[in-house]
Ligand binder design. Structure first.
Ligand code: SAH
Length: 216
């Protein structure tokens, strides 16, 4: 992967951050992270010129890099603090993982498609981001690495997987889009006790589906 950064990219990122503010993103730490992560490094060459548009784009293997607004919205809801232990389900391009690393989180990210797992695990260290990469089915979470302070799922689930809920620390939060194909509601699950959870809903989004099993 060849990658370079020039002042034009910084200007485009500043404009993207302004656009996200207008759309309602308030968390300064989220905006600062999006202002720093070079999204163009995550894009296929065909879409390079659109890297700082607020849109989702194909990244290969039938998947997409999420729209920056969606990344910002989910990250804001996640309320990450520096040193938070975060599990991301659905590495994809690795962009969301990079944003979380930029915010100082300790990130574990899991992807079920080998091709995307390999690409992201090569690219992020080149950009100075060092999450732990895992290849596998994120439905089950990562029991041996948990529990997690935060869990973010970046593909649409038909319901909240129980195994993910139980990998949250008490007081931990999970942000997960839930609903049938192409009609997900952004759901925040907070673990309030050993067996108690609270759920809040935060509007409609469109995600690629969370699928079972792996693709080698
Ligand atoms: N966070 C990504 C968005 C990728 S789209 C980014 O910033 O680019 C969602 C990703 O979730 C896809 O790469 C898809 O392959 C992956 N995915 C779907 N179901 C999964 C599962 N059960 N476990 C792990 N990854 C999964």
């Amino acid at each position: 992967m060849t990658w370079s950064e020039n002042p034009r990219h910084q200007g485009l990122r500043r404009r993207l951050v302004d656009a996200l503010k207008i759309k309602g993103i308030r968390d300064e730490r989220v905006l600062a992270a999006i202002g720093k992560v070079p999204r163009h490094a995550f894009m296929e060459s065909t879409f390079l010129n659109f890297a700082y548009k607020d849109q989702a784009f194909p990244i290969g293997a039938g998947q997409t890099i999420s729209q920056p607004y969606t990344v910002a919205f989910q990250t804001e809801l996640l309320m990450v603090e520096p040193q938070c232990k975060v599990l991301e389900v659905g590495t994809g391009s690795g962009y969301q993982a990079a944003v979380l690393c930029e915010m100082g989180a300790k990130v574990h990210t899991i992807e079920r498609q080998k091709e995307l797992f390999v690409k992201a695990s090569q690219l992020l260290p080149e950009l100075g981001y060092h999450p732990a990469f895992h290849f596998g089915d994120g439905f089950r979470g990562l029991p041996t690495y948990g529990p997690f302070d935060r869990i973010i799922v970046t593909a649409g689930a038909t319901s909240v997987p129980e195994e993910l809920k139980t990998q949250l620390v008490i007081g931990g939060r999970m942000v997960i889009p839930v609903g049938p194909d192409r009609h997900q509601e952004m759901v925040v699950v907070t673990r309030t006790g050993e067996t108690e959870f609270e759920t809040g809903k935060h509007g409609g989004f469109v995600f690629v589906p969370l699928l079972r099993g792996v693709v080698n």
